[in-house]
Design a protein around this ligand. Structure first.
Ligand SMILES: C[S@@+](CC[C@H](N)C(=O)[O-])C[C@H]1O[C@@H](n2cnc3c(N)ncnc32)[C@H](O)[C@@H]1O
Length: 451
């Protein structure tokens, strides 16, 4: 029987999708942070469950050739960069394997999985940070929680965010200290500031700061916002988002502008985009551009085609596709994102784009009733993938091509299998590393209707 606190010598035999090494003792799996396949280690058992347990490394006897020195212990403790100890080429291979295994599980072995496209930047690539705060010795500090706990760890260098964002967070924290803003306390559901969100346009460098507060009342909110704008010249908007719920969802429903223009602008594939606080925007801009371009190339678009962009956000894919097709229809559930999308279409002088607010699975049947007959459907859903009814309506609409951009290979493979059953074919898929040093992988593939 495996006992808690007991020590064992083990060999790591696998790596989970969460980046944990796996060792087996008498067929009982133990998950161990900061280990790689092939490594021989002494571990201490931390937790014993019915089917699996967790351990931590006490000593390395043999390390993997894929191991590199970790730069910052806090990044592993908090889960900011759980693969920082793995050579970048090995990270790319691990991500390709994830996509292959997900397709294999859904009996899609005929699909060729290409090598993962590396990110142009392996560190400091994120254009957005959302961090919790604490007051430590009278000073507001930013950081992250230790994984699976509520223990706060102060961090100055987050490693994967654009460096301007790290610098801005320190200045904002200092200003908040000067204004005497209190930090939210989860357990007691009291205090003011829950999170600071900073977003910076990759090309424009324009910055938006959003202060997420428990209540609307933020003492001297406008003066505070003005100070942030004065001290950080790239900040063009300071927003307040109110989240009064006992939840770990970061943003609440209501956002107000405290100072500045209320949005930032950025560029993707040569088009300009207005982005407001509640709107989704890809965090690794140049890599997202590469991935969109791949989807466009694989879809072989032409000027007589009708296209749909489901899950369209602020219209980044819609406007990138629009010049190549006759008409394109975008749908998105977040209303402010569609406000941005409409404005973005106008600013980029596109007249063949149409947007609707709503759930893709509800709007698609309406478009079907209106007689909109797409030749190609682009989908870029959240991690849970496509709604079953969305897949069914798409199959009824029978577009020639379905261009699928995914941030979760498991739901991607599940949805591909459904389309395959209905007579679609997927020949190849391209994984993209959008989030270096983490376990996440995005991929793109275009399904073709078989005649
Ligand atoms: C991965 S993002 C992609 C957005 C956009 N294509 C881009 O690349 O910027 C997914 C988007 O789907 C939206 N969304 C989530 N569920 C939805 C649904 N049921 N119907 C329509 N949009 C949805 C989210 O708000 C988010 O904007």
């Amino acid at each position: 029987m495996i006992q808690k606190n007991q020590e064992y010598d083990v060999t790591i035999v696998d790596l989970t999708y969460e980046g944990m090494g796996v060792a087996k003792i008498d067929h009982y799996p133990l998950f161990i942070e900061n280990t790689l396949p092939g490594e021989e280690v002494r571990i201490k058992v931390l937790k014993v469950g019915k089917k699996f347990g967790f351990g931590k490394v006490m000593e390395f006897y043999k390390t993997s050739p894929d191991r590199i020195p970790s730069e910052e212990k806090k990044w592993t403790q908090t889960g900011i960069a759980p693969l920082q100890h793995m050579r970048y080429e090995a990270q790319l291979a691990f991500k390709k394997r994830q996509v292959e295994e997900c397709l294999h599980k859904m009996h899609c072995d005929e699909v060729q999985v290409h090598d993962t496209t590396p990110s142009p930047q392996q560190m400091h690539y994120r254009n957005k940070a959302q961090v919790p705060v604490r007051v430590v010795d009278g000073k507001m500090e930013v950081g992250f929680y230790r994984k699976n706990s509520h223990q706060f760890i102060s961090i100055q260098n987050f490693g994967i965010q654009q460096e301007d964002i790290d610098d801005a967070l320190q200045v904002i924290a200092r200003i908040l200290t000067e204004f005497g803003v209190s930090a939210y306390n989860e357990e007691r559901h009291e205090g003011v500031l829950r999170h600071i969100i900073v977003r910076q346009g990759y090309y424009s460098k324009e910055m938006m700061v959003t202060l997420v507060t428990r209540k609307k009342k933020l003492f001297q909110g406008q003066q505070l916002a003005q100070r942030i704008i004065e001290e950080i010249p790239t900040v063009v908007s300071v927003m307040q988002n109110i989240n009064d719920q006992k939840t770990n969802v970061i943003m609440g429903e209501k956002t107000i502008c405290l100072a500045g223009k209320g949005r930032i602008e950025d560029e993707m594939l040569g088009h300009t985009f207005q982005i407001s606080a509640p709107s989704f925007y890809q965090v690794n801009t140049p890599q997202a551009e590469a991935m969109y371009q791949k989807a466009i190339d694989l879809a072989h678009l032409s000027k007589d085609m009708i296209a749909i962009d489901a899950y369209c956000g602020i219209g980044t894919i819609t406007l990138s596709v629009a010049p190549h097709v006759k008409e394109i229809y975008g749908v998105e559930v977040v209303a402010p994102a569609i406000d941005n999308a409409k404005e973005n279409a106008k600013e980029n002088e596109m007249t063949n784009v149409h947007f609707a607010v709503g759930k893709a699975e509800e709007v698609l049947p309406k478009w079907q009733e209106e007689g909109i007959q797409p030749d190609v459907v682009f989908v870029d859903p959240p991690r849970k993938g496509l709604a079953r009814s969305f897949v069914e309506t798409t199959i009824e609409l029978a577009p020639e091509k379905i261009a699928y951009i995914s941030c979760n290979p498991a739901t991607f493979a599940r949805d591909v299998a459904l389309f395959k059953e209905a007579g679609y074919r997927l020949d190849e898929v391209y994984p993209y590393d959008m989030f270096p040093q983490t376990t996440h992988v995005e991929c793109v593939g275009v399904l073709y209707k078989q005649n």
